[in-house]
Design a protein. Sequence first.
Lengths: 112, 116
Amino acid sequence: GNSVTQMEGPVTLSEEAFLTINCTYTATGYPSLFWYVQYPGEGLQLLLKATKADDKGSNKGFEATYRKETTSFHLEKGSVQVSDSAVYFCALLAYNTDKLIFGTGTRLQVFP
Amino acid sequence: GAGVSQSPSNKVTEKGKDVELRCDPISGHTALYWYRQSLGQGLEFLIYFQGNSAPDKSGLPSDRFSAERTGGSVSTLTIQRTQQEDSAVYLCASSLVSGADTGELFFGEGSRLTVL
């Protein structure tokens, strides 16, 4: 079946550190891939997406590249800020389906 | 309102009682989704509406769970005879058309249900 696996949290970093949150997926066909973010007290919101292999999604300094050969979509940011503290969810939309399948979420805590 | 609105934001109930959770999607959004977020779990898909019909109810955990949508707008998720394992945050999301087109869902802040 279709599934998403992402690294356990919390991830704790100092401001300006480099961030990687790992995400791998299992899917039939060619899914679209997403990262959603949930800031404290807010609803989930789309951060970035990639719809085909080798695509790179980017937004707010975050990037993720759709790697078909490793079935991965790791989230990266070169220099995190305190305001990036949130829970990050990796998700996939399998081909010819209408529902997003989410990972368990990874909490990021950035300290000054 | 500008975003997806859910009510109540917090609900504490006793085991065996029925609860209703309401979702007001963004105006004009035809697709509506319910997810459940339990501690340590990901977002678990429950049900999806396109207009007033539910083409995918595959995620409803048991027949105690039901949902409806009227007028292509407001949706209600009903849990009958609640059990402690129903305790979770219930999230509603909407999208302009089917999520399959863009994958961009707009989420509410959720209804936190605690069953004692």
